[in-house]
Design a protein around this ligand. Structure first.
Ligand code: ADP
Length: 457
């Protein structure tokens, strides 16, 4: 199998080579054609000049004699054509020897096209519209080329070849550069996916590219790696959490039962009740797992209707008001007036969202704490903020609080909980296309903000 870089380079190279060959061929053909046209034109002008010359000679002398063409001989010899002058009866008056031209041509074989076949053309010489004679112009080629003409053609061909070669070298360099630009990030992404598949989630894709698709690929692969890393961490934490939660009541049960069997502990009602509490705690954990499983299975069964968030939020806050007060916590709610807060949603499930967040706020509040619930509208959104000045969430816990069974350290050790409340909140809000954000400072408090799309009623 070939590497992508090699394949791209070969592709670039073949395309460029084909383009250069085609251009070279096309330029060459065009120049040759134009040049030949020019030469034929020049030749025709020469024929006209020769005929005009003989007309002048006849006008000057009034007749032909054997010296009539002598003045032309040198030029004709040098130009590799052969002249024969004939009178009006087509009888030769004066002529050059075609073999002399041939010998001359042998010295300069390069100068002719298709040399070897002698052809001649006859032109009438007219004076006062009367044919007074003929001139035969013969040559060993259809078009005669001078040395300059041939050199001109040669140098053009040479320039085409040289520029073709230079272009080729430039193209090879460019194709190597560009194929590297393409192949480097792709190679890196492929290496990265191999290391991800081996469970090495710490790898990061660093090579930046100015190609949009490659840049998208880079960021999504990095996000994928980050997500896999988080999931891996959560999975490990979940396993250790569950085993910790199960081990504690089991140890208590085992130690107490062994002590009772050995007669160390007396079997009393209190002891049995205590052991029963541990069994209940143990069962609760399994119930929570079951609850989550059930919720996830049921989450698609959603009854959409028009919900007035104002009414709903008010009723949940009022339900919790006494519970909070009993714990010395002040719960207040403020709803921006003269606004409508209608959304499409499932009333019962939305109630569950507010219950979970407000009961967490109460649970994680300190004595004499405050909980403020605000609702207002902005840019066609209904925004609900729930503040508390409780224990707050550690910065490292913040990204995970919506994950299944995730519980902050404090919560795990001191405050009872299941770690599924916020998972349910997130699931329900996702079904409503609503967003939730959390901001928190440890020991200062927490703020949850929910954004709903309002109905335009
Ligand atoms: P839990 O049953 O533990 O409350 P949740 O899913 O409701 O489970 O919450 C997950 C974790 O988020 C909690 O264990 C806690 O650490 C943290 N958390 C949630 N709400 C608050 C809050 N208002 N103040 C402090 N910590 C909170």
């Amino acid at each position: 199998m070939k590497s992508i870089r090699r394949k791209l380079s070969i592709m670039f190279f073949i395309c460029s080579l084909a383009a250069i060959l085609l251009i070279t061929m096309f330029v060459n053909l065009t120049i040759t054609k134009k040049f030949d046209d020019y030469m034929v034109d020049t030749q025709n002008k020469r024929y006209e000049r020769i005929v005009a010359y003989f007309q002048e000679v006849y006008k000057r002398d009034g007749k032909w004699n054997e010296n009539s063409g002598v003045e032309m001989m040198h030029e004709a010899f040098m130009g590799n054509y052969c002249l024969t002058l004939l009178d009006s009866n087509e009888k030769t008056v004066w002529g050059m020897n075609a073999n002399d031209i041939k010998n001359n041509l042998h010295l300069n074989t390069m100068l002719v096209k298709d040399s070897g076949v002698y052809t001649s053309k006859r032109f009438p010489i007219k004076v006062n519209s009367k044919v007074v004679g003929y001139v035969d112009i013969g040559q060993y080629s259809s078009v005669l080329l001078s040395e300059e003409d041939v050199n001109f053609k040669l140098s053009i061909n040479q320039s085409i070849i040289v520029s073709g070669l230079i272009t080729m070298i430039i193209i090879i360099a460019i194709s190597l550069y560009f194929s590297k630009q393409f192949s480097k990030p792709i190679k890196e992404v492929s290496n990265m996916s191999v290391s991800l598949s081996k469970g090495n989630f710490d790898t990061k894709y660093v090579t930046k590219s100015d190609i949009k698709e490659l840049e998208n690929l880079r960021s999504s692969v990095n996000i994928l790696a980050e997500k896999l890393k988080q999931q891996d961490m959560l999975r490990k934490r979940l396993v250790s959490d569950i085993s910790h939660e199960i081990r504690t009541p089991l140890n208590v049960l085992q130690n107490n039962l062994e002590a009772m069997i050995d007669g160390v502990f007396e079997v009393t009602d209190d002891k049995l009740r205590y052991l029963n509490d541990e069994v209940i705690r143990f069962g609760k954990l399994l119930n929570n797992l079951d609850l989550l499983k059930k919720f996830e299975a049921e989450s698609t069964k959603i009854n959409f209707e028009t919900v007035d968030l104002q009414q709903l939020l008010k009723s949940v806050c009022e339900d919790f008001y006494m519970k909070a007060k009993n714990q010395g916590i002040e719960l207040q709610y403020t709803i921006q007036k003269n606004q409508k807060y209608y959304i499409t949603g499932d009333k019962d499930k939305l109630r569950q969202v507010f219950i979970n967040i407000i009961s967490n706020a109460i649970k994680f509040s300190k004595d004499n704490g405050n909980i403020d619930v605000n609702m207002y509208t902005r840019d066609k959104k209904a925004i609900i903020e729930i503040f508390d000045n409780g224990i707050g969430i550690k910065e490292e816990d913040l990204p995970f609080i919506f994950e299944r069974l995730y519980r902050g350290d404090k919560s795990r050790n001191e405050i009872e909980g299941s770690g599924i409340g916020l998972t349910i909140v997130k699931n329900i809000l996702d079904l409503h296309f609503a967003n939730i954000e959390v901001e928190s400072v440890e020991n200062q408090g927490t703020k949850f903000t929910i954004y709903f799309d309002k109905l335009s009623i």
